[in-house]
Design a protein around this ligand. Structure first.
Ligand code: ZN
Length: 466
């Protein structure tokens, strides 16, 4: 076994760095030098600051700080011509998503012997999110990513023809797509594992006083090569709770998100809170047991918002009730409580799902929670695949998805914002600005994405309402 010894290493420029060198049994040094020096690397990055700019001082500042301060995970300014094989994947709430290859890789470390950069992720596929929504604050996203040590964000680029900024991240699949593909093969063990993983991610966010504000199954991501429960949450619209409180003097006229996942208090115009994220989590619990997103069979309009505020919640199809433990349904409806203080906390959910997951692993059935789970799992296993498919066709995703449902982020008028015209909308005298006009608009997306906000439609509709 080689011995591991701490020693001081010097680069040709005289920078010293403490490093580990390995010696074999005879005391011979096995690794002399890797030709890298963190300080030389930092100096080279600083020298190159003048060679690029995103056009936004706040974004430049965050990228530069990460190149100076982060020893490992740095953000990069990525010239557009380094992105090759660009293919459109889908349109999202803030812009469009593409896949691309990073042709020449990213600068990793300065090699003082070769006097050149060493590159990483050469030719690797990544996701490009071209931001077309001028209200979306990229610097804010980068700030939150930094707080959460989110290594999924690789860097920023700019499309020279549109002048839009592009956020470059790992190429991931979203939970909705994973569930659609694998739902009938999922056992309770995996479902609980998935929920434990999401609740833990949410608990981490809340622990750092961040509120997600837009949690749904399209925002929960999985690296393609990983298992379904190796999840992370797209930080998208994440905000510091203190900033939300500062901005909450007045009620909101508009909010961004998906109506079925937005808690009633926010639909009414109040600010988003950690308890609001828990309401959204209820929507994910629903999809995990039904393979449906909440309110898939209804138009996502102002009428639905009023219904939600009056206590209407998504229903679990009767034929599925045998496959779901009663405590699970109770917990899901508790997340959906109209009173935010009655909803559980993310940490509470994470602890509960983790404890159940551990018991499933050790095959411990010591209480009612575990007994109900075992029965539900057996009931589901005892239903043949053909029976399941038959039932599913009756309750099929494609046939039941309402043409005016929308699972892609958009700006929504709150009931507070609509208060003057609400009676007219209800009586049909005014058109509903929250109703989608395009009935043939597909709302499926196959990756980490939300479709383009139909802002022009929205503006037309606002002028219709007056
Ligand atoms: Zn050096």
């Amino acid at each position: 076994m080689p011995r591991k010894i701490k020693k001081i290493k010097y680069c040709p420029r005289g920078h010293s760095s403490e490093d580990f060198a390995y010696f074999d049994a005879h005391g011979r040094n096995m690794i002399y030098s890797d030709g890298n020096c963190d300080l030389c690397t930092k100096e080279r990055f600083i020298q190159e600051f003048k060679t690029w700019s995103s056009g936004n001082v706040n974004i430049d500042k965050i990228i530069r700080e990460s190149q100076i301060n982060n020893r490992c995970e740095k953000l990069h300014w990525i010239p557009y011509d380094n992105l090759q094989n660009i293919e459109h994947i889908a349109d999202g709430g803030h812009g469009s998503v593409y896949s691309a290859k990073i042709e020449n890789g990213l600068k990793r470390k300065w090699h003082f012997i070769k006097q050149d950069w060493e590159y990483e992720i050469l030719g690797i596929e990544v996701a490009l999110k071209e931001i077309k929504d001028f209200r979306y604050d990229i610097a804010e996203f980068l700030k939150v990513s930094k707080i959460m040590d989110n290594y999924d964000c690789i860097g920023i680029s700019k499309n020279p023809s549109t002048q839009n900024c592009i956020i470059i991240t790992d190429l991931d699949d979203d939970l909705h797509n994973c569930l659609t593909k694998t739902f009938w093969d999922l056992e309770w063990e995996t479902k609980i594992e998935v929920l434990a993983s999401i609740a833990e991610c949410l608990g981490n966010l809340h622990g750092k006083n961040l509120v997600h504000c837009s949690l749904h199954s399209g925002n929960i991501l999985k690296e393609r090569k990983f298992k379904i429960y190796d999840l992370r949450i797209d930080l998208d619209l994440c905000k510091l709770e203190s900033d939300l409180i500062l901005n909450s003097n007045n009620k909101n006229n508009k909010i961004y998100g998906l109506i079925p996942y937005i808690p009633p208090e926010v639909l009414r115009g109040s600010r988003f809170s950690k308890k609001g994220d828990i309401y959204s989590f209820g929507g994910i619990m629903y999809e995990i047991v039904t393979a449906q997103r909440p309110f898939a069979d209804q138009a996502h309009d102002t009428y639905l918002m009023i219904d939600i505020c009056n206590g209407v919640r998504p229903k679990v199809p009767d034929f599925m009730l045998n496959w779901i433990p009663e405590w699970y349904l109770d917990l899901m409806y508790q997340c959906w409580s109209d009173d935010p203080s009655e909803r559980p906390t993310a940490i509470g959910l994470a602890d509960l799902f983790r404890e159940i997951s551990d018991k499933i692993y050790d095959d411990i059935v010591d209480n009612n929670v575990m007994r109900q789970l075992k029965i539900a799992d057996e009931n589901q296993k005892n239903t043949s695949k053909s029976q399941k498919q038959e039932l599913f066709e009756l309750f099929s995703y494609s046939s039941k998805l309402h043409p005016q449902s929308r699972y892609i982020g958009r700006y929504i008028h709150t009931l507070h914002g609509l208060c003057d015209s609400l009676e007219e909308i209800k009586s049909g005298k005014s058109s509903d600005p929250n109703l989608l006009l395009k009935s043939n608009k597909s709302s499926t997306s196959n990756i980490n994405t939300r479709e383009i906000d139909e802002e022009t439609d929205m503006l037309a509709k606002i002028s219709l309402v007056g």
